[in-house]
Design a protein around this ligand. Structure first.
Ligand code: FES
Ligand SMILES: [Fe+2]
Length: 347
């Protein structure tokens, strides 16, 4: 499968890589080893020793935390991929004893990885997720693993007309498919906007928005997409007829990184302002738990069933029927396809 390489992918939440521990994850079909060096800086390297190709993740971090020792014959590699210790012979370091590393940046409580040409890695290209920055927000973070292609996940978030059908007891009401929709594109960023009017919500939604049951609510869901599949859903509501500025709004990131062509890492989160104190932290966790239910038991089985039904076929080769709500997801697919084609044309 062709992936966009010169872009920032999510490799995990900051908490996933703990000091003194090794974490291995397959990203874009590459085994990646992550750890924090002695200064706490997250490092990412190919999880394969250049001697006899043992996974370095079977080894251990050195006592000073600066290098990983291969479990097989004991070579040590640091966070820059350099072999820093050879316990054999005269201890000379063979020139070929190097491991490829990937640029990694920790920002907004997220570990971002650049799988392409390291000289082109520019942290300024990381999309803005300051709405979940742990400095100002309590963040309830979750992870799911999906046996489905990551672009099917983009379809799922960019087209929320499915919530009435797939999530009738939690997230959806018939008002959503009849919502006012809009699509916007700024450069390679695509926005999918959806606004309902005078909606009667589910108890779960009244709970998370904090309005008394029965209140007629105008809701909005604005999803920002950036390649490859990093989305920020801004969901909010007001009692009907009131301006958005009086409403309650929160940001829900949906971040997808392909593990393989047919499996995906999925990170999502719910937030509440730090200013709410410890109660805000509990509410963020509660909302994240509340969302985990439909995401795990409704979206995930659907996405995995779609993937099984599609098999290995290319999405467009199956000639998908297009509905009115598909425009933003299709736009995002087109942008992604264009970026991949441009990258391949550059060689
Ligand atoms: S395979 Fe790693 S040192 Fe031999
Ligand atoms: Fe869904």
């Amino acid at each position: 499968m062709s992936y966009l390489l010169n872009t920032w992918y999510v490799a995990g939440w900051s908490e996933d890589v703990q000091p003194g521990a090794l974490l291995t994850r397959t990203l874009l079909e590459q085994p990646v080893l992550m750890f924090r060096d002695a200064a706490g800086v997250p490092r990412a390297l190919v999880d394969r020793c250049p001697h006899r190709f043992a996974p370095l993740s079977m080894g251990k971090l050195s006592e000073d935390g600066q290098s990983v020792q291969c479990a097989y014959h004991g070579l040590h590699f640091d966070g820059h991929g350099a072999c820093v210790h050879n316990p054999h012979g005269d201890g000379r370091i063979p020139t070929a004893a190097k491991v490829r590393t990937y640029p990694m940046v920790e920002r907004y409580g997220i570990l971002w990885i650049w799988m392409g040409d390291a000289t082109r890695a520019d942290a300024a290209l990381i999309p803005d997720f300051s709405l979940i920055d742990p400095e100002h927000w309590h963040v309830g973070k979750r992870y799911l693993h999906a046996k489905a292609n990551y672009v099917l996940e983009t379809d799922n978030i960019m087209d929320l007309s499915h919530v009435e059908f797939l999530h009738p007891s939690t997230l959806g009401t018939p008002a959503v498919k009849n919502a006012l929709t809009d699509i916007r594109q700024e450069g390679n960023t695509v926005w999918s906007m959806r606004q309902t009017v005078a909606e009667t919500l589910t108890p779960f939604l009244y709970g998370s928005l904090g309005y008394p049951e029965g209140t007629l609510v105008d809701r909005w869901f604005d999803v920002r997409w950036d390649a490859p599949a990093n989305m920020l859903l801004i969901a909010g509501g007001t009692p009907t007829g009131r301006p958005r500025s009086e409403g309650r709004e929160s940001a829900l990131p949906h971040l997808f990184t392909p593990e393989t062509a047919t499996t995906t890492h999925y990170w999502f989160a719910a937030t509440r302002p730090k200013a709410m104190g410890p109660a805000g932290a509990q509410i963020a966790q509660k909302i994240a738990d509340g969302l985990s239910m439909p995401f795990t038991h409704e979206d995930l089985p659907m996405l995995e069933a779609q993937q099984r039904a599609m098999g290995d076929a290319d999405f467009w080769s199956l000639k998908p029927v297009l509905l009115s709500g598909d425009a933003p997801a299709v736009r995002a697919r087109r942008v992604l396809d264009k970026l991949i084609a441009e990258e391949q044309a550059q060689g």
